[in-house]
Write a protein that binds this ligand. Sequence first.
Ligand code: NI
Ligand code: MN
Length: 227
Amino acid sequence: MPVKLTWYGHACFLFETGGSKLLTDPFLTGNPLAPIAADAVEADYIFVSHGHGDHVGDTLSIAKRTGATVVSNFEIQNWLAGQGVEPTHPQHIGGGYDYPWGRVKLTIAHHGSALPDGSYGGNPCGFLFYLEGLKIYHACDTGLFYDMKLIGEERIDLAILPIGDNFTMGPDDALRAVKLIQPARVIPIHYNTFDVIRQDPQAWAKRVRNETAAEVTVLQPGDFLQI
Ligand code: NI
Ligand code: MN
């Protein structure tokens, strides 16, 4: 069965796999490019990569409305549980877990993770999803790191990488990331949401096509891809 990935802008994706809906970093309210309202989103699981407002986003309201299981690092999971979110599932960096629909492993990310109220959000992470025989690496917010090469050794079918610069990797380092990971396909994210992360994804795609073997898919918020 193919996996359907819909981009809701910024770092927010809906992965639909075997009847399950997995949502990542649901920042919709306050995102000028969000193609859907938070109260219209469906989810069975929500993944939160770190504590910043543009990633925790609408997690509380979506989780409470849908009853979705929220997966995050231990510290954020604890914070969410304290806000009345249930069920939750804590994981931590380097750890994988087998869910009914596939496996998820948390990867390192170089970034911050303070929660919106100033609470400690632990270390930020990325996610490696194992769905339907596919390996999808969602780097979330991070700078470039050489251990991306280790992630690439798993043979990544799709890498989802930030290119916005300022808060995360910019286009140059994201291109270097593609060279370290060597994914079959790459999707750029975390750009143009705010002026400070304005980028030209098509120009970046051209560079990736010229310098690597990866296929690049540039999505518009609301677009989907089946792999
Ligand atoms: Ni962040
Ligand atoms: Mn961010």
